[in-house]
Design a protein around this ligand. Structure first.
Ligand code: TXA
Ligand code: MG
Length: 330
């Protein structure tokens, strides 16, 4: 299959719509990462997404809709506090998990009774979703377990030959996947941290918990149990206070003749040769925006990425650290 990469224009949107209506898949930009979209109402269209990505069949997908879409078509028994969350954060990088009405293919939620719904704020994503006016199931547009794509070129590197069309909307501004928050209970529960932090949700609803998977327990968000976001080179991760250990590790790898890059926050970059540094940036938003692009650069150019955790741990950094740790997990 030939894969076309096209800027978002009336013509490319028309082509995207034709592909989606005939059950095919199209990659498109959002403000977090690129998504691989298909008609959420069609079993076959949804199944193909799992096949293209090599995604485990028990890891459910998020449905994407435009900001005027009537959500009550998709979900039911919505808790009163959800209205305030929608007003504060939608459209934007917050995915809410509701009780499903069962109007989309059961394959989207892998048989669960719930449905994850996202209203992206990216102008190109909104244009596409409004133009097709249907729920689009879309995971991140990468091969399963690889680093998520934040440019159309990243999508092409993973999915060339597997999808007919990639809509190019430039580099994603957010850089890590949306926060996934379960709103089926009396208190919102963050299942995957992201650009809308637990603290931000708390400030609107008054309370919010972050779910942590306990040993032996079934994952409430099935994606949590899988290895994720991994660059295709060796990695080593050091806590922020183990800077000296990271420096020693870097030196040893260089002395062994291998190419080693350091992935770290801006404040510690100057300790390393500038042509070997992947600079995450100065604050949590810069670090989220840069992380995946730097991991992909690292895997192309280095034998080993030595990563040092940034000092800040809360807020949006909870999401960045979660991705960094999974990317560097054994
Ligand atoms: O920012 C994003 O969310 C991107 C863009 C493309 O919108 N999408 C994305 O999708 O990251 P994906 O498939 O890579 O991650 C979806 C996450 C998984 O962790 C999955 O387990 C969780 O959402 N999820 C989906 N449906 C769920 C449900 N019904 N209950 C609990 N977790 C769910
Ligand atoms: Mg993903």
């Amino acid at each position: 299959m030939q894969t076309l990469l096209k800027k978002i224009t009336p013509q490319s949107l028309k082509e995207a719509k034709e592909i989606l209506l005939s059950g095919g898949a199209v990659a498109f930009p959002t403000e977090t990462v690129y998504g691989l979209g298909a008609d959420a109402r069609s079993d076959d269209a949804v199944e193909q997404i799992f096949r293209i990505k090599g995604r485990p069949s028990d890891n459910p997908l998020i449905v994407h809709v435009h900001s005027d879409y009537d959500l009550s078509v998709l979900v039911k028994n919505v808790k009163p506090y959800v209205q305030a969350l929608r007003e504060a954060f939608l459209p934007g990088p917050l995915t809410l998990v509701y009780e499903s009405r069962g109007t989309v293919s059961p394959k989207v939620s892998c048989g669960l009774e719930t449905l994850a719904v996202r209203v992206p704020s990216h102008a190109g994503a909104q244009e596409l979703l409004r133009y097709v006016d249907m729920p689009i199931a879309a995971p991140s547009a990468n091969i399963s377990k690889h680093v998520s794509p934040v440019t159309a070129e990243h999508v092409y590197a993973d999915l060339a030959g597997k999808v007919p069309l990639i809509l190019d909307g430039g580099q994603c501004s957010g850089g890590i996947e949306s926060t996934v928050c379960d709103v089926t209970g009396d208190i919102p529960v963050v299942l995957r941290s992201g650009l809308i932090s637990q603290e931000m949700i708390e400030s609107v609803v008054g309370c919010c918990e972050t779910y942590t998977l306990r040993a032996g327990e079934a994952a409430r968000s099935p994606g949590m149990k899988y290895k994720h976001y991994s660059p295709r080179c060796r990695t080593k991760l050091f806590p922020s206070e183990a800077l000296a250990d990271a420096e020693n590790c870097f030196r040893e790898i260089v002395e062994s003749g291998e190419t080693c890059y350091i992935l770290c926050e801006n404040a510690v970059c100057e300790r390393f040769p500038s042509d070997r540094v992947l600079d995450l940036g100065k604050n949590e938003f810069e670090m989220a925006a840069n992380l995946y692009d730097l991991l992909r650069r690292g895997e192309r150019e280095a034998d080993v990425i030595v990563a040092i955790e940034p000092a800040k741990k809360d807020g949006v950094m909870a999401g960045v650290l979660n991705r960094l740790r999974k990317a560097c997990a054994e």
